[in-house]
Design a protein around this ligand. Structure first.
Ligand code: ZN
Length: 487
């Protein structure tokens, strides 16, 4: 039987007290109804259902995943309530998608699964000042052949004024001295990189660094960064080139108002904790009838709280395979999942098909994500689920390096396809088996709608709910997998 730890029961109460104090201080009456204390479940605190705001106020991140016979794609898009902010981002993403689908249509006959095309648009957001953000998008397209194609596009936005920010607001580009100083520092930052300097095309480099008005630039983490696409200034082996120049080296040339705005370069607040809720539970009964519910692609600001609420009401522990990018954007939400005692897994940073990437690309997708998830939750994710379940030897090797077994699934709820609560609950109830790992997504409202019925149906069939690590622990096997289920 599963024993509950007393320590674990206290965490939601603490969260509740802190939340209540915050609410009283801020006078935010609108979340009060969600704080209505306890449910009928032995006095245990109920999860609070409120929309979770991200660390980039005014901005929402949404990762949309598609999985078809011809291609897979995962597109991270940012939106706000400002058309001025949204339009350029939306247009750039649409342009990437058009180019990708154009290639697909031209290509015709590639239907073999391992040759499926792939589009990944990922986001690296940075805070640069109180209301200033750099949203750095990377688009990776694979439409056949040996290599994919990578492009980088930063968008700098001021969320107080709700508009894009131009480089000329930071530096007077008309002033020859300023422009020359900028070019010189960027060029030096490029040439100082040992991985890049042997591949540079001198003429293209000179042209690119001397045209600041055309730069793809970003600010944040104390750096002014300029990005150059593959082949823009160097041979393909150098990949995308980034020049980082510390603010301090540029402060003399910066417009006074910009310097004041950038001066408050505060890191996004993430709080770690040593506690690992639910990590030390009693061993399972080998004869028990167990099932592991898993939720992918979150955390999501409105759906994840509803899923947590239903799990808490039913005293069910599950496993959440988070995207690093989503956890970075919604760290409070990610932390709440961990604090509720659920297992935290890694689902990559931006949901690419890892089998289309080289070793370095796979490694950074897995490790960046683990770092972001740990920063948000205080928990190092120790299980890994590759996007689309796509695995090859390289993915296995890097999962083994990361000591994170690969967890796939035996029951696919197809919630992403049907988006229908009835269909999801019927499908799970019909396909479930002892030791099953059930795949769902905490990003669709219909999944949150279905969950109470899914759980009720499984309880009726006598199932007990465990995390995937508990399920794996039933067998004396500590390999890398991939694991689909446990008998
Ligand atoms: Zn996924």
């Amino acid at each position: 039987m599963l024993k509950k730890k007393v320590k674990w029961l206290h965490i939601p109460l603490w969260g509740l007290l802190v939340g209540l104090a915050t609410v009283l201080l801020l006078g935010l009456s609108l979340v009060l109804p969600g704080l209505s204390g306890k449910d009928g479940n032995g006095g245990k605190a109920k999860a609070v259902v409120t929309e979770q705001k991200g660390v980039f106020p005014g901005l929402d991140l949404k990762t949309t995943v598609e999985d078809t016979d011809a291609y897979t794609s995962a597109v991270s898009a940012v939106s706000s309530d400002s058309e001025q902010v949204d339009a350029p981002i939306r247009e750039w993403i649409a342009e990437q998608e058009r180019a990708f689908h154009g290639e697909l249509d031209d290509g015709g006959k590639k239907s073999k699964k391992e040759q499926r095309a792939h589009l990944n648009i990922g986001l690296d957001p940075k805070q640069a000042g109180e209301s200033l953000y750099s949203l750095v998008f990377t688009s990776y397209q694979f439409t056949g052949g040996a290599n994919g194609m990578t492009k980088v596009k930063p968008f700098i936005v001021d969320m107080r004024e709700k508009r894009p920010v131009a480089l000329s607001e930071l530096f007077d580009l008309e002033d020859p001295e300023t422009a020359a100083a900028l070019s010189e520092k960027v060029e030096a930052a490029i040439k100082s990189q040992s991985k890049v300097k042997d591949y540079l095309f001198d003429d293209l480099l000179a042209m690119a660094v001397n045209d600041p008005a055309a730069w793809k630039w970003a600010i944040g983490d104390g750096m002014f960064s300029v990005y150059f696409d593959e082949y823009e200034i160097a041979a393909g082996a150098a990949g995308v080139v980034r020049a980082d120049v510390p603010y301090g080296d540029l402060s003399l040339f910066m417009e006074p108002d910009a310097a004041a705005r950038l001066g408050v370069d505060k890191p996004s607040g993430t709080i770690g904790s040593d506690a690992r809720p639910g990590a030390d539970v009693a061993p399972l009964d080998p004869a028990g009838k167990y099932i592991a519910l898993t939720f992918d692609d979150g955390p999501h600001p409105t759906v994840t709280p509803r899923v947590l609420d239903t799990l808490a009401q039913n005293d069910v522990r599950a496993t959440f395979f988070m995207l690093g990018s989503q956890a970075e954007f919604y760290p409070d939400m990610a932390r709440r999942v961990a604090e509720a005692g659920h297992e935290i897994g890694n689902h990559s940073d931006s949901h690419p098909d890892l089998t289309k990437y080289g070793m370095d690309g796979i490694r950074s997708q897995i490790k960046d994500s683990a770092r972001k998830i740990e920063a948000a939750t205080g928990v190092r994710p120790d299980v890994f689920r590759p996007p689309y379940g796509a695995v090859n030897d390289a993915v296995k090797q890097i999962a083994a390096e990361s000591h994170a077994p690969i967890i796939l699934w035996s029951v696919d709820s197809l919630d992403w396809k049907s988006r229908n609560a009835d269909a999801v609950s019927r499908l799970v109830a019909g396909k479930v088996h002892p030791g099953a790992i059930v795949l769902m997504h905490d990003i669709h409202a219909s999944t949150a709608d279905a969950l109470p019925r899914v759980i009720a149906g499984l309880k009726q069939q006598g199932y007990q709910f465990v995390t995937v690590s508990q399920l794996l622990g039933l067998a004396e096997d500590s390999g890398v997998g991939p694991y689909f289920y446990r008998e």
